[in-house]
Design a protein around this ligand. Structure first.
Ligand code: GLN
Length: 273
């Protein structure tokens, strides 16, 4: 009856209630007749009110699923989005024929991209960086909780760095991936929905939306091994501009991939020679 009376979309109400009760979704059906104790009802109502006021569900329950893994989420990190799974899938395809691939995730946030890749490729040596110490703490906890401590590629290496600035200059990677802040500073989406509660630095470059991507593309050739690839997520209308940046930087096989909504959502290329 708590659920039926809720002003929230049914799925959101169910996520909040199962979180409070410590139940699985199916138990909302199998245990539907049970009376809930008042502390649980109170706790649910508090979360429901916070959700109605705009806080993201992922922050209220402290978690979001990505690539079949449950990531810890805090207000210090971008909430993993389903379309970013395309970036992981494309990176995995790019390293199919490379043994012990070296992978770098720029601006890792929750660590979702780095950890998903590391979980699918136990032999990969994965490095991840972020300029935010708070984000790195979340990413580290996710890596420890979600990855096999004995994976052949070893633990994911985390570095606090503004893009490549503090990264060991001798490192060369087979694959560089990033979901950088790509929303232009004046974009109205920044003041709508979940985005209002996510770290602004993870969403916008405070410029035209392409400045982080420019920095990532410009620094990539010096960090890529021969035939290494760079793939980045970007905004719905940025694919052509990102391809142009990659081509101008000397990348070959430059192309974009469409997400499930049919939008060119990621672009990448290969460093030949
Ligand atoms: N995909 C996010 C959104 O538009 C933005 C993420 C980002 O800037 N990297 O909601």
């Amino acid at each position: 009856m708590l659920l039926r009376a809720s002003p929230l979309p049914p799925l959101e109400a169910r996520i909040l209630l199962t979180h409070v009760l410590g139940w699985r979704q199916t138990q909302l059906i199998t245990r539907a007749d049970e009376a809930l104790d008042s502390a649980h009802v109170e706790r649910y109502r508090t979360l429901e009110a916070r959700r109605v006021a705009g806080e993201p569900v992922a922050q209220l329950v402290g978690a979001r699923e990505f690539f079949g893994l449950e990531f810890e989420v805090t207000p210090h990190v971008l909430i993993p989005r389903p379309e970013t799974e395309l970036l992981v899938e494309t990176a995995l395809t790019a390293m199919e024929n490379v043994s012990r691939p070296r992978v770098l995730d720029l601006g890792t946030g929750t660590g979702a991209i780095a950890v998903a890749i590391a979980s699918m490729r136990p032999d990969a040596q994965v490095s991840a960086l972020d300029r935010s110490a708070e984000a790195l703490a979340v990413a580290r906890r996710n890596a420890v909780r979600l990855l096999d401590a004995k994976r052949p590629g070893g633990a994911v290496t985390f570095t606090q760095s503004d893009w490549y600035d503090s990264l060991d200059a001798a490192l060369r990677f087979n694959v560089i991936v990033s979901n950088p802040p790509y929303i232009a500073s004046g974009d109205s989406h920044l003041s709508q929905g979940d985005l209002r509660h996510e770290p602004r630095g993870a969403l916008t470059d405070e410029a035209d939306g392409l400045s982080a991507i420019r920095a990532i593309v410009a620094g990539a050739p010096a960090r890529l091994a021969a035939n290494g690839v760079l793939w980045m997520e970007h905004g719905y209308d940025q694919a052509e501009a990102v391809r142009a940046l990659l081509t101008a930087q000397g990348f070959a096989d430059v192309r974009s991939e469409r997400d499930l909504a049919g939008i060119e959502r990621i672009s990448g290329g290969r460093l030949s020679g």
